[in-house]
Design a protein around this ligand. Sequence first.
Ligand code: CAA
Length: 379
Amino acid sequence: MHFDYTEEHLTVRDAARDFAQTELLPGVIERDTEAKFPHEQIKKMGELGFMGMMVDPKYNGGGMDTVSYVLAMEEISKIDASASVSMSVNNSLVCWGLEKYGSEEQKQKYLTKLATGELIGAFCLSEPEAGSDATSQKTTAELQGDHYLLNGTKNWITNGNSASVYLVIAQTDPEKGHKGISAFIVEKGWDGFVIGKKEDKLGIRGSDTHSLMFTDVKVPVENRIGDEGFGFRFAMETLNGGRIGIAAQALGIASGAYELSLAYSKERKAFGKPISQHQAIQFKLADMATQIEAARLLVLKSAWLKDQGKDYADASAMAKLYASEVAMNVTVEAVQVHGGYGYVKEYHVERMMRDAKITQIYEGTSEIQKIVISRSILR
Ligand code: CAA
């Protein structure tokens, strides 16, 4: 057992850190305030290879391992969690799902462009009445010769408006429950596909979260991913990996807030000395550092298991559960360390506290992660 990164891991981490500092930090407060999607920045992330990091180079991807991906996710998330959620959805839900289960034609047509960030993808599982209870899909896809007719509404879709390619989960045979669910590739602009309202959110305000409406949208049969009835398994397996990305995002938000708090505590003076010399602050910093390190180990372990071809469903649920709790705890404490300054936008930590909350909700709430973990340990 060893805990060393390879040279490649360090190069990727440093490249992501440089990019975040030079391209994401300027403007991050404005994008949050104005709820502005980071179009330009995501385009550059695509050019640098951050949007399809693990995809095979034959489909224009970076051919990197999951450890490299989580290192990059952490660095991007330290600065801008709105940019990193787009990166996470594109990499671990859309690209991974298509590469693993798409047909060769689907890979050539869509994956080659998603991997470079030329196109952005969205993953559409949640519905107004099917969030945690994902088997209760109301969206239907009815086979009519060479195409399906897609009808229904999806909610809370990350990259909702900025995506061009949507992986949509729908019922093809309601009699069969989750075994009657299938997955489809849907393109923006198809007749009957309407992008609904943009959500006005507490955090990750720079990411565009929308509802989507489908009314008799014609989806060619060749755009179904895998067999009919495979859609629920497809969604679950895709989310197993997605949770590693969100765990890395949570870790990044926590470590970003911690680094700012550490620096601030050395500069800010109270009662005649830097606040870092007061034990009240020292204990907070020690708790933050310890929790972050524990979260990092869980995140890296789940990434490593995936890279080794071992089962990572439980590990990714644990990593997400714990890292998202750490993100919440650490950002709340970061605001406290900053005192009144922590409560204003200029010091970044209030945004991080707002951003942290979503990591306990999307890609499965903390309660869902506990279901996944407890079912596994009781099996
Ligand atoms: N990995 C692989 N397969 C899994 C799985 C997993 N983690 N969890 C369940 N399955 C399989 C089961 O093995 C079972 O298959 P078989 O019938 O072939 O044996 C099938 O799926 C049904 O499983 P369950 O009976 O356990 O289903 P359930 O209804 O009791 O609930 C659940 C399962 C774990 C609660 C699931 O519904 C779930 O994960 N819900 C949360 C969904 C979620 O994460 N939504 C987030 C939306 S995506 C998002 O947020 C993206 C974004 O934009 C940021």
